[in-house]
Design a protein around this ligand. Structure first.
Ligand code: DAH
Length: 362
């Protein structure tokens, strides 16, 4: 049965004729819900008005009017429902992917800033003919102390400074990279069946030894029980302080740039004579004085000296024939200075944000 629309009041007919257009104008769910309220809502809607009308209609009209109202209400509800489903579907739809775009890059790994600084130091010395030597982190007293002319009563040998193994009191965690000197010197000093040592065969030796070292230090912004050093050594004939100074000045320019300036101060280490410490002009303030160099314009970067005759003798090398120099550099201290990092612990905690920031130590 066709709904008898002529029975409906004119404002309802008007609402009906505008229905289709208003429905398609609903661009989102909010607009649609507002329209739903206006047409079929419980109170104040067109449908609610029609129900009121039905109540007060003359008895003989009730049937036809009721049918017309129901048909209209059902048509509205049906159409509103369909439009709501449409709008919900477009809201959920995933935007089309462009299959020609490259996929997102996974985060890339990188070398640790301390490793990169050690690599750069090795690279700085490579053109001078230095190769890399390694030694174990678990060492003997002979390599770590005796062979380096460190006296039996030296405080560094004490168990308050050095990690010893309770089950093997002859073993310790090396306290510096200098024991690699002893190992390499012994190897180069050993004579073969023909009575010729590697040192004689090669006419000398030069190497760098980067690695971890251990000391019983409390952790604080400038101390850690584990840190890194790079040891360097050269043995040849007729080597003096001039060779040490020239080599290190050259390497520091390769490491810090052509403007790098160095100075040497006398110092004491049992395995060198004379011994010295080398400072570089503060790379941050250029020498005018700042927090990093504590106002002096210079920062200490390594210990060095001419190899003590006793160290050569211990390895079976004749100190009247051979001479050389050695140096040992603190890696963390240098990295902190170059990167202006206030706390050494940052280099061990592996916070990705810090490591990413250290992307280049240059
Ligand atoms: N081994 C020393 C230290 O840990 C550093 C050092 C000083 C190394 C002088 C050397 C050297 O080779 O000649 O403090």
């Amino acid at each position: 049965m066709e709904p008898q629309l002529e029975l409906l009041p004119p404002e309802i007919l008007e609402a009906q004729s505008a229905f289709a257009e208003r429905l398609s104008a609903c661009a989102d769910l909010d607009a649609l819900l507002r329209m739903k309220g206006a047409y079929v809502g419980r109170e104040g809607s067109h449908a609610a008005r029609l129900m009121e009308l039905l109540k007060t209609a003359p008895k003989e009209q009730k049937r036809d009017l009721g049918a017309a109202i129901n048909a209209l209400k059902n048509a509205w509800e049906e159409a509103l429902k369909t439009r709501q489903a449409e709008l919900e579907a477009t809201k959920k739809a995933i935007p089309a992917e462009d299959a020609t775009l490259p996929p997102p890059r996974p985060p890339e790994g990188a070398l640790h800033p301390l490793q990169r600084l050690m690599d750069r130091l090795v690279e700085a010395f490579r053109p001078l003919g230095y190769h890399v030597e390694e030694g174990p982190e678990v060492e003997t007293e002979e390599h770590n102390f005796d062979g380096l002319n460190i006296p039996a009563d030296h405080p560094a040998r004490g168990s308050s400074d050095t990690f010893y193994f309770s089950a093997r009191p002859d073993l310790l965690l090396r306290t510096h990279t200098s024991p690699v000197q002893v190992r390499v010197l012994k190897r180069y000093g050993t004579k073969n069946a023909a009575g010729v040592s590697l040192l004689e065969e090669k006419g000398g030796l030069r190497f760098l030894a980067p690695g971890r070292v251990y000391r019983k230090d409390e952790i604080d912004p400038t101390h850690s029980p584990m840190f890194h050093q790079v040891e360097g050594m050269l043995v040849a004939k007729g080597i003096g302080m001039q060779h040490l100074k020239g080599t290190l000045a050259y390497a520091m320019k390769a490491l810090f740039g052509p403007g790098a300036d160095v100075r040497f101060r006398p110092s004491y280490f049992p395995f060198v004579e004379p011994g010295c410490e080398m400072d570089v002009r503060c790379p941050l303030c250029g020498g005018s004085g700042c927090r990093v160099c504590k106002g002096s314009g210079w920062v200490e970067i390594l210990g060095a000296g001419l190899i003590h005759p006793k160290v050569l003798e211990h390895a079976g090398i004749d100190p009247t024939v051979w001479s050389g120099f050695a140096f040992g550099m603190g890696v963390e201290r240098t990295a902190m200075m170059v990167s202006q990092s206030p706390d050494l612990r940052l280099f061990f905690e592996n916070d990705q944000r810090f490591l990413a920031q250290m992307g280049g130590l240059d």
